[in-house]
Design a protein around this ligand. Structure first.
Ligand SMILES: NC(=O)c1ccc[n+]([C@@H]2O[C@H](COP(=O)([O-])OP(=O)(O)OC[C@H]3O[C@@H](n4cnc5c(N)ncnc54)[C@H](O)[C@@H]3O)[C@@H](O)[C@H]2O)c1
Length: 402
């Protein structure tokens, strides 16, 4: 019988061993190569929470933000002096970096990524990849023309439950996944956020931020990452409904998007004929990103914060709580990066994968095609909801088959 101490050591050793084995597509870390990626960071909000500088093959050489407080945050966090007042200004020092991590507001990602490609820079983009079908086409064309590397920093893809589901699916543990439920809930109560300069609806200078009135389905990747990031399926058809509370932001569409909806709910069909229910809600007593995958052999439920733990329900068996491996302990990560990190542990993997891909001269796991497959269905879903739930086809932005 194991005592508590020995059991803890045993569980942690098993978790570490299986974590190394389980990390899909990741090689064991070997001694750092001489190659150093010189990275610039655009955006000192979420952009000042990553771990690029802990990677032995990366040095953060430049950063930029429009606001002084955020420039200071970037200076302190990444420990650098070369901090610029705007992206355009930073681009004048183009020869001091090879790649850019773009963490501007959602509506600017496509524009900033295209600027990066134009200057011959590899790019890591915050989610979503873009907000229109035209931008999706431009991104795909620019990526294919330049051959530069592109990755989208989708956190759901590297949440522990998603890494586990991806691996289980690969190993046949689900059999066919015929239905999934994908959710991103983030309560932005209009009654508390309106005219509250400290809320996320306002920028540090008091102007309205891109989050005020943002159509939820234009921010679909935290939900869709759980499907595209597990089975690699593509959404081909959908319909979507929306709801908004009785508040001028929604009722009179007093927002830059003329958007009436705070919550959107879509039913989607995949290219393998499977069903998905995809929710993105801004007015809700619930939080977080979570999914449920229903397979022939069993169902995996990601934990609902403060409601239930992660659960595996073997078909014809009993539902049982399950403990996911501590993937961050994996020897696939450089030793300096083997620690817990933000957004469900995803920040460390996003940081490492982008740098690894550049060092190894390969496409990152969340390449342009996966990124657009997680983004574009939301653009179409929003259109469907504006038409009262009309069924719409989703165009493909995948690589042309030879
Ligand atoms: N879990 C996740 O994946 C997650 C979490 C939070 C944010 N995000 C994404 O990350 C991005 C950034 O989020 P945020 O909360 O920091 O947004 P934010 O609007 O608070 O910050 C964006 C920053 O970009 C800067 N910026 C914009 N244009 C610039 C330019 N031309 N030159 C220099 N700086 C410029 C702004 O000054 C601002 O500080 C958003 O797109 C958001 O969707 C993702």
């Amino acid at each position: 019988m194991l005592n508590n101490h020995t059991r803890r050591e045993f569980v942690s050793a098993t978790a570490a061993a299986s974590a190394a084995a389980l990390l899909p597509n990741w090689k064991a870390w070997s001694a750092p190569q001489a190659k150093k990626i010189r990275l610039a960071v655009l955006g000192g909000g979420f952009g000042a929470t990553f771990h690029f500088h802990e990677h032995p093959n990366c040095v953060v050489t430049a950063a930029t933000d429009l606001y002084e407080g955020r420039r200071q945050r970037l200076r302190d966090y990444y420990k650098l002096d070369a901090v610029y007042n705007s992206f355009d200004e930073m681009l004048k020092a183009r020869n001091t970096f090879d790649a850019v991590a773009v963490f501007s507001g959602a509506q600017d990602h496509a524009k900033h990524v295209l600027q990066c490609f134009h200057h011959g820079l590899h790019v890591l983009s915050a989610v979503p990849a873009c907000m229109t079908l035209e931008e999706a086409q431009q991104l795909k064309e620019a990526k294919e023309k330049t051959g530069l590397r592109y990755m989208m920093a989708e956190s759901s893809y590297y949440r522990t439950g998603c890494i586990y589901a991806r691996d289980l699916y690969k190993k046949g543990g689900f059999g066919e996944i015929h239905y999934s439920e994908l959710e991103y809930y983030h309560d932005f109560p209009a009654t508390r956020f309106q005219n509250n300069p400290r809320s996320l609806w306002y920028n540090p200078d008091g102007s309205e931020s891109w989050r005020k009135g943002l159509p939820p389905m234009l921010y679909p990747t935290h939900s869709l990452g759980f499907l595209v990031g597990v089975t690699k399926e593509r959404i081909v058809k959908l319909n979507c409904l929306g709801w908004g509370p009785d508040h001028p932001n929604y009722r009179y569409q007093e927002n830059r998007y003329q958007n009436p909806f705070a919550n959107q709910f879509a039913l989607m069909e995949t290219n393998q004929g499977h069903m998905t229910r995809c929710n993105v809600f801004w007015e809700v007593a619930a939080d977080g990103e979570q999914a449920r995958w229903f397979g022939e052999k069993g169902t995996l439920y990601m934990a609902l914060p403060r409601i239930h733990s992660d659960i595996w329900h073997e078909r014809f068996g009993q539902p049982k709580p399950i403990e996911f491996p501590k993937y961050w302990m994996s020897e696939a990560l450089p030793p300096s990066m083997r620690h817990e990190s933000g957004h469900g542990g995803s920040a460390i993997f996003i940081s490492a994968e982008f740098i690894n891909a550049l060092v190894e001269d390969r496409e990152p796991e969340i390449d342009i095609y996966e990124s657009l497959a997680m983004t574009v269905p939301g653009i179409v879903a929003h259109q469907s909801s504006l038409k009262g739930g009309e069924t719409m086809k989703v165009p493909s932005f995948d690589r042309k088959q030879a």
